[in-house]
Design a protein around this ligand. Structure first.
Ligand code: SF4
Length: 352
């Protein structure tokens, strides 16, 4: 117990050691949830949950080899590659999202990185979505500094780019790019003045220490991500990670709680994998400090609980959707859109 930090709930740190993070993971379950709940209540109304959905603007056909991802062209998962959606079609989805109460609209494309010729097209989408009065978010893969600045100038508020897993486990999951590539993109995003959405995936066969390593790396970034999506692996037939041993659900809750403790002011989001979670497991996650969910029919290419089930769960738990924050004053990341058709773990729901 001596390694467990007594950091006050209001303090944000960027110097967590692995030993400290691991000690939090190892706390007795009720003690960990109690501490995480205290920190949650110090920074948020625990009755509010931010709801987000995600639109895939370009699905499948990705040249990367992320072992969990059905959008990688090299895996035979039945996901059909599509071209980049037209701006008109994206705008129609954005209007629907706004009419459904969305405040933010996230656009995901299954690219290793956008080509420079793609940037004006995406920039046009961003500008027009912004003109609807929505905040904008995108997840397009790796960005150069120039690309990040161009997207920012077009009005992009948030950029999603996940770390996926602990640095020492990364090369067992992805071989076509390095952790440093991801860190560089996050740096370009921050330098361009955008907010970051960055998390990872658990249940990929990593150890508890490696889960601690993922959260340690996220918390020690120069700025805590505004949103921290924690994905539970959705095993898709045809991907290398199909057949991985299931993660103990309590371990998933522990991961949420430790994320809340390390990044007290971030939105901790239940992302991919929620469809297979029981209502009771989701309730435990909310107790552990989760305060954001992806919402809608599809999370890229994998399923998501339907909206009726989500609203029924909210009603049973006395939760309410977090209201939109006035533009320009928000301090919390989040993403809202409509349905989606791809499952770019790497990008938005899991990890790009
Ligand atoms: S996670 Fe993203 S980068 Fe990785 S294969 Fe899937 S679409 Fe490509």
């Amino acid at each position: 117990m001596t390694a467990v930090s007594q950091t006050p709930a209001t303090e944000s740190r960027h110097d967590w050691s692995r030993v400290e993070v691991r000690a939090l993971f190892d706390l007795p379950f009720p003690v960990l949830l109690h501490r995480a709940g205290e920190v949650h209540r110090a920074h948020f109304d625990p009755s509010e949950v931010q709801v987000s959905t995600l639109l895939s603007i370009k699905t499948g056909g990705c040249p990367e080899d992320c072992g969990y991802c059905p959008q990688a062209a090299r895996y035979h998962t039945g996901v059909e590659a599509t071209k980049l959606m037209s701006t008109d079609d994206v705008l129609e989805k954005a209007r629907q999202a706004k009419a459904a109460g969305a405040s933010r609209f996230c656009m995901g494309a299954a690219w290793r990185s956008p080509k420079d010729r793609d940037i004006p097209k995406v920039a046009a989408m961003i500008s027009e979505v912004k003109a609807l009065g929505l905040e904008t978010c995108a997840t397009l893969g790796m960005l150069s500094g120039d690309q990040a600045r161009a997207l920012r100038e077009a009005g992009l508020d948030y950029y999603n780019h996940n770390l996926d897993t602990a640095p020492e486990f990364y090369n067992q999951i992805i071989h076509t790019r390095e952790v440093q590539d991801r860190l560089d993109t996050l740096s370009h995003v921050r330098d361009a003045g955008m907010k970051t959405c960055c998390g990872g995936i658990v249940g990929m066969g990593e150890s508890r220490d490696q889960r601690a390593g993922l959260l340690q790396t996220l918390a020690n970034l120069p700025a805590h991500p505004d949103s921290v999506p924690i994905n539970r692996l959705v095993q898709v037939e045809g991907t290398p990670l199909a057949g991985t041993a299931e993660l103990d659900p309590f371990e998933f809750v522990r991961t949420i709680a430790v994320a809340r403790l390390l990044m007290p002011r971030s939105m901790v989001r239940l992302s991919a994998g929620r469809e297979s979670m029981s209502d009771e497991l989701q309730a435990l996650c909310f107790l552990a400090g989760a305060n954001s969910i992806f919402y809608g029919e599809k999370l890229l290419t994998t399923g998501n609980p339907d909206t009726e089930r989500d609203m029924a769960l909210f009603a049973r738990l006395g939760l309410k959707p977090m209201q939109a924050v006035e533009q320009g004053t928000t301090v919390h990341a989040d993403i809202v859109a409509t349905d989606a058709a791809s499952d770019c773990c790497a990008h938005s729901s899991c990890a790009a």
